[in-house]
Design a protein around this ligand. Structure first.
Ligand SMILES: Cc1ncc(COP(=O)(O)O)c(C=O)c1O
Length: 430
């Protein structure tokens, strides 16, 4: 078996003069230079298929269309659109899937975070510790309540909050820790929970990208005081619009967020507290319940694609830092690599029809709306570096081996023409 140094594809001579590409499942004639004895397999004439989207939700929908349509039709027939049996069924299913005793369906992942903070009466004068390398909603929820987001830099290997730097940021005003399980891998929860216990802090897991992820065999959302999920369509378990869920093992807290999501009323028109309209729609709940049955299969597809990338990158000798799997179950909501000249690579891939995304180009401490916090450039160097060097590649479950090979081929093409070849390396702790 011979790997092609250009494409990284593995070839095997199956009969005299004919090569089979094991990665593409295709046969090609043995190139002339190989016949004359050079230890080199010229790339086959085949042009890569290209047009690789970052996510192909239509492909997924095709496989579940009839079930989803039937579930929506059922809600339409019932005309029960707000909360009710479909939402309760979805809550039970997500609670069980996340090893939690309670789940409360809410209008989005953002509102899940907000409702948890409200349930803890967090507001002006309070501080919440989180990461600056996340989607805006994490810190946005804290700031909306008048509390102060206090940032802690990330571990450059996992891109998650660095627990070793948290203790130094705890003050008498700290009320909660909000770790984010970025890209589908859980943050290092043991030391985080230790600090929380020591200082009596609430832990709100932002598990928007990580439903079903595990840390030492424990599911995302089940370790902290609360776990917050997003059903935004691009998440591994996405609905047909906005939706989210809060999970917890604390019955009293579950009850409080349940009241908060419905304007603080219980019973109806009797308001114990000021909440909001954070309800999950019955139609979205019905869709999520259908899709949850397929989630493990889709996750396996993502994990398999990630492994394939790892192998092909290693074979092609591409100098990029590959994802580091530190936990027991990474669900690969994103497969993110890092390398210098990221933006030029992205342009190169775009020209070839390969879609990528940057999660996230500007860390939160450098966002204009957080100028008032007084954090300057250089304050969180690992987050800033990650924002400059990381790129998310397509990893969705329906991605074909050929598409993966094409992505690697194109990256190889780019690195050969720029920074030169090297070895794909696993991220390592520095
Ligand atoms: C880490 C993180 N937190 C929170 C959210 C907010 O979720 P939603 O878009 O459902 O409001 C997202 C969604 O993108 C996210 O990725």
């Amino acid at each position: 078996m011979m790997p092609c140094p250009e494409s990284g594809y593995r070839y095997k001579e199956v009969k005299p003069g004919v090569l089979r590409c094991l990665d593409l499942d295709e046969e090609a004639p043995l190139p002339a230079e190989l016949k004359v004895g050079k230890n080199h397999i010229a790339n086959s004439k085949r042009k890569p298929s290209m047009n690789v989207p970052l996510l192909d939700l239509k492909a997924q929908y095709k496989t579940i269309k009839s079930e989803v349509e039937a579930a929506i039709a059922e809600v339409l027939e019932s005309q029960h659109f707000i909360l009710g049996p479909k939402v309760e069924q979805c809550e039970k299913a997500v609670a069980a899937y996340s090893s939690c005793s309670h789940a409360v369906g809410v209008s989005s992942g953002s509102d899940a975070l907000l409702a948890c903070l409200m349930a803890e009466d967090i507001g002006e004068g309070d501080e919440v510790i989180t990461t600056p390398y996340t989607f805006f909603a994490t810190a946005g929820a804290i700031a909306r309540l008048g509390a102060t987001p206090v940032f802690v830099d990330i571990d450059p290997v996992t891109y998650n909050i660095d627990p070793a730097q948290i203790a130094a940021k705890v003050t008498s005003k700290t009320r909660a820790l909000m770790p984010v399980h970025l890209y589908g891998q859980m943050a290092d929860m043991d030391p985080i929970m230790q600090i929380a216990d020591q200082h009596k802090l609430v832990v709100i897991e932002d598990a928007a990208q990580a439903i079903g992820a595990e840390y030492k065999g424990r599911r995302a959302g089940s370790i902290g005081t609360y776990g917050c999920f997003s059903f935004f369509p691009s998440k591994n378990l996405g609905c047909a619009g906005d939706g989210g869920m809060i999970v917890t093992n604390d019955a009293a807290r579950a009850e409080k967020v349940r009241i908060i999501r419905n304007h603080g009323s219980n019973p109806k028109y009797y308001h114990k507290l000021v909440g909001g309209n954070f309800r999950l729609d019955a139609i979205q709940a019905a869709i999520v319940t259908v899709k949850l049955q397929y989630l493990d299969g889709w996750t396996a597809g993502r994990q398999c694609n990630a492994k394939k990338y790892d192998q092909l990158f290693a074979q092609a000798g591409i100098s990029a830092v590959l994802p580091f799997v530190l936990t027991t179950r990474h669900i690969f909501n994103q497969y993110v690599i890092r390398l210098s000249q990221r933006d030029a690579l992205r342009a190169h891939l775009k020209k070839a029809g390969i879609e990528t995304k940057i999660y996230y180009p500007v860390p939160l401490h450098l966002q204009e709306c957080f100028d008032y916090l007084g954090n300057k450039a250089g304050a969180f160097p690992q987050s800033e570096r990650a924002a400059e060097e990381t790129i998310a590649l397509p990893v969705f479950p329906e991605l074909t081996e050929r598409q993966i090979a094409d992505v690697v081929h194109c990256i190889r093409e780019f690195t050969t023409g720029t920074s030169g070849s090297g070895a794909a390396v696993r991220a390592e702790r520095i």
